[in-house]
Design a protein around this ligand. Structure first.
Ligand SMILES: Cc1cc2nc3c(=O)[nH]c(=O)nc-3n(C[C@H](O)[C@H](O)[C@H](O)COP(=O)(O)OP(=O)(O)OC[C@H]3O[C@@H](n4cnc5c(N)ncnc54)[C@H](O)[C@@H]3O)c2cc1C
Length: 403
């Protein structure tokens, strides 16, 4: 039998975390793992059973503080938790992370009344939030967005279309970023909280080719009236809301989902090579096969180191934009490299529908774009190395946390 998994969670997770880890692991094993096969078999859909189940865990509030009835468990625990969920169901982890991300704008930019009104319900899983930044023609170029918000008395009227919004179909309230000023000014965007049943708001279904059970649909806004009190932060804070949420929350969330998929790829491949007969033993006895497993193990360890290190710096209050960028980039690249080894080691069986490598590769592909595709991470990393200097969103997050 394969040896136990190597784990690089120490020293980031300590004995103090053990009881919480055990609780999370029990739920993952007994409640999430059994749902995973049926989620995959159903193909593209919005899985409400997973939402119901996750709502009871309180995990949406993993980063929220005691005043908000949250777990206050920090970024290292969040990263480990999302990775463990993804190891059993990448889609369940994608669902969870999209609404942890959706809570970020309110937690980071909301005034006291907004935080009090929404965050305890989110922590309790009664309200699932989303963040809606991307548009059909403006993804990474956030300042290119076309959705507008015009002032009308005590309201703003929103018109436009969002795309690829994680949990759009599942969410109760959407943080919609829209244009309130002339392009391309950094202060030309504003963030609004828009409830799901608001007249003029419509979910436009656009199925994904992986992560079955998770959906990232469009949101059409046709003269949607939003009261002035639903502005998140100040008028003109929209770009900061979008970028801080993406850099500080999104990058690690997606890195964690990739870690879980990657670990699963390694699990199933180790099992495969250790049990598939070859000559007088198994595939795992052959040096080239062992080399590929070593490559996969090494790729996973690099990605884990990058993610837990960045999460640890955040928990310690140390600004770490470069580390966050690197963890998102590495987790995806390393996962793709391991998926190739897994495919090679599964031979022709890798091409069969239902083969775990095929599914895991599809799921890994969908981790690429959210919170920024690899090319954009490289651009940001080059800026960290060479300039020009940019806002350090992690520093801003840390100053918000201590306000
Ligand atoms: C599973 C999933 C979940 C998502 N969840 C959310 C969500 O919850 N909320 C939300 O708002 N969005 C979400 N998104 C959307 C995601 O944030 C965008 O896909 C991402 O920002 C990239 O935008 P784009 O797809 O429009 O690609 P584009 O910006 O069009 O980029 C396409 C490619 O062009 C190249 N490119 C683009 N710009 C540059 C440049 N400046 N320099 C060099 N090369 C460049 C890169 O190769 C890039 O990969 C999600 C997407 C997916 C797949």
């Amino acid at each position: 039998m394969p040896a136990a998994s190597l784990s690089l969670t120490r020293p980031y997770l300590t004995d103090d975390h053990q009881p919480l880890q055990q609780q999370i692991q029990d739920i993952v094993n007994t409640q999430i793992a059994p749902l995973a096969p049926q989620m995959e078999e159903r193909g593209p859909h919005t899985d409400r059973e997973v939402r119901r189940m996750l709502s009871e865990t309180g995990w949406l509030g993993v980063l929220l503080g005691p005043d908000e009835d949250g777990m206050d468990a920090g970024h290292v625990v969040k990263t480990w938790m999302l990775a463990e969920v993804a190891r059993r169901s990448a889609a369940a982890s994608a669902i969870l992370q999209a609404s942890i991300l959706g809570a970020a704008p309110i937690a980071e930019f909301g005034d006291e009344a907004m935080r009090r009104d929404w965050l305890p319900d989110i922590a309790a899983g009664r309200i699932w939030p989303t963040i809606a930044t991307t548009e059909p023609v403006a993804g990474s170029h956030v300042l290119g967005m076309e959705t507008t918000a015009h002032r009308k008395g005590q309201c703003f009227v929103l018109n436009g279309e969002k795309d690829l919004v994680g949990n759009a179909d599942l969410g109760d309230v959407h943080c919609v970023i829209a244009r309130t000023g002339k392009r391309p000014g950094a202060k030309s965007l504003t963030a609004f909280l828009v409830e799901k049943n608001t007249p003029g708001l419509e979910v436009v279904r656009r199925p994904l080719n992986g992560l079955h059970g998770f959906s990232a649909d469009g949101l059409r806004l046709s003269s949607v009236h939003v009261p002035r009190t639903r502005v998140i932060g100040e008028i003109g804070d929209g770009l900061a809301v979008a970028l801080l949420s993406s850099v500080v929350y999104g990058r690690l969330n997606l890195a964690a989902v990739a870690l879980g998929i990657h670990q699963r790829l390694l699990d199933v491949t180790k099992e495969w090579v250790s049990t598939r007969p070859r000559y007088k033993g198994h595939l795992s006895d052959l040096p080239p096969v062992r080399n590929r497993i070593a490559e996969m193990q090494g790729q996973l360890m690099s990605a884990q180191l990058a993610a837990y290190h960045a999460a640890y710096l955040l928990d310690e209050g140390i600004p770490c934009d470069a580390e966050l960028i690197y963890s998102k980039l590495t987790s995806h690249r390393a996962g793709v490299a391991s998926a190739e080894h897994a495919k090679q080691l599964h031979g022709g069986h890798a091409g069969r529908l239902g083969n775990p490598c095929e599914q895991l590769r599809r799921d890994m592909d969908l981790v690429h774009a959210p919170a920024g595709p690899d090319d954009l991470q490289l651009i940001r990393l080059a800026e960290q190395a060479l300039g020009p200097s940019r806002t350090q969103w992690s520093a801003r997050h840390l100053s918000h946390r201590h306000r």
